[in-house]
Design a binder for this molecule. Structure first.
Ligand code: URA
Length: 209
């Protein structure tokens, strides 16, 4: 079964409170999402493999660790996921960036992909799929389907705020994909918004309404 990790670091919680605040404007909202994405990237990379090398310090030769060169990929779900990419790239600049775009069929309400572009060596990469909100779970489930269909074998899903309903749907659909969140909120409302949430993440990031 998928594990759900809640990153409750004080800095993440502090910044998330300002992200939630209705009085936080677009510029500050975008900066805060970027900062939280960096902090979450720090936590999510804790288990990256290391390899020992020799390094010449000004004093002597020493054995020391460097990253073992695991290939990583970041995949934002369009459009709000884009707001988290730069913050992650600050810590993992060599990661490749793919994109997944999904739209909801107005009749069936089912998500369908309209754009998918991934690095060519999909099967060898470990992917961090990102979207600020895990609401009903439908979009995130379909985004993982899109990655798996193209050969992705190793995927983690990272978001800022999740609803319990979305976590259940997602972890049942993809028990092999661990979920990393900054907060688990109370519920979804009748319009599919997370309560208390932060409103529409895409609109707040890009200043649309
Ligand atoms: N998407 C959002 O941007 N906000 C929500 O609360 C739910 C889905």
């Amino acid at each position: 079964m998928a594990k759900v990790h809640v990153f409750d670091h004080p800095l993440i919680q502090h910044k998330l409170t300002h992200i939630r605040d209705v009085n936080t404007g677009t510029k500050e909202f975008r900066e805060l999402v970027d900062e939280v994405a960096t902090l979450m990237a720090y936590e999510i990379t804790r288990d990256l493999p290391l390899t020992e090398v020799e390094v010449e310090t000004p004093v002597q030769t020493a054995k020391s660790n460097v990253l073992a060169g695991k290939k990583l990929g970041i995949v934002p779900i369009l459009r709000a996921g884009i707001g988290m990419v730069d913050g992650i790239l600050k810590l993992i600049p060599a990661a490749r960036v793919g994109h997944v775009g999904l739209f909801r069929d107005p009749e069936t309400l089912q998500p369908h992909e309209y754009f998918v572009k991934l690095p060519s060596d999909v099967a060898e990469r470990e992917f961090i799929l990102v979207d600020p909100m895990l609401a009903t779970g439908g979009t995130a489930v379909e985004a993982v389907n899109s990655l798996k269909k193209r050969g992705a074998k190793n995927i983690r899903f990272m978001c800022l705020i999740a609803a319990p309903e979305g976590v259940k749907v997602f972890t049942e659909a993809h028990p092999d994909v661990d979920v990393y969140i900054a907060a688990l909120d109370e519920k979804l409302n009748d319009h599919g918004y997370i309560v208390p949430g932060l409103g529409d993440a895409g609109d707040r990031l890009f200043g649309t309404k």
